[in-house]
Design a binder for this molecule. Sequence first.
Ligand SMILES: [Zn+2]
Length: 350
Amino acid sequence: MRHERIPLILLTGFLGSGKTTLLNQLVQLPEFSRTLVIINEFGETSLDHLLVSKSSDDQIVELSSGCICCTIRGDLAKTLSDATWRFARNGVRQFDRVVIETTGLAEPTPILQIISNTPKLYDSYRMQGTVTVVDAVNGAGTLATHPEAQKQVAVADLLLLSKSDLATQAQETETREAMLLLNPTAPVQLVLQGQTQVDEILALDHAEPVQSTAPLHSWLPTEQLRFAPVSGKQGLLRADQSSAAPADLNRHNDRIRAYCYVLEHPVTAAQIDQWLDALMPELGPQLLRLKAILNVVGFPGPLVVHAVQHLLHPAGLLKEWPDEDRRCKLVFITDNLSAERLEQSLQLLQ
Ligand SMILES: [Zn+2]
């Protein structure tokens, strides 16, 4: 019997981004009624969380003795592992979804790793997506100076832009540009007065993003990526997303970069296997995210490849292409990885 894993949403965002306000809104919606909420409020004011607790007090866990991304990872693993019986009545689990709210300074990747690297948790929980809240007023400044905030944006499946009603047009534009540099693939949705459209959050499907051509466009929004030929190699085009940025935007920390590549020609299945076998163990830790749509010789539709660090999700083979563009497109979001090193690995696809 095939058992359904419980979808898990990671809600993150820097200090003051408004993620708790958003969580307060979410937990009161009928769509989130059977949700187990895990709050990590270490080092932050817990005032905001009073409201969350009131709305569904029997399905809230507060972890407050440390930070779940570094000091109390074991507590998080135990909480998730115990939750299926701890929040059950007469043997029936009382929740259908988990939302984990991190602290403002947490890095999401170690939390994602706990779930993917612990067989018991991986068997019970399915990562539905990372939702990162970014404040439109201070976002550009925060992203220029805080590596934690950069990583939160870099690994997001969905970016929520908060406080845009309080931001000037210039502030909002700068924040959007800063987000685009770090993560050109995640859709951006506005949060207005703490309210957001929940459909996009509920529709997230991180691990198996693509079953048909319909969601392919939002999964890899190629129209907002900048591609420019910089490499002399046959058929390989690269655009470093940072190259068009204002010079000082990444002044303090330019470790995290997004690179987009286009390959003009189809590749063989053997080439892809060889490339991934070499790429994942070697560059996995520096690869925050890989999203690729590949044209494979002999197949009518594209192969969709998705990896988060060392974790390569099962590739999806689509029946048909969404449009006329049949080129291979690859987007890498990297931490401290040079374009030269990446391009060396891409030689295997040449
Ligand atoms: Zn931490």
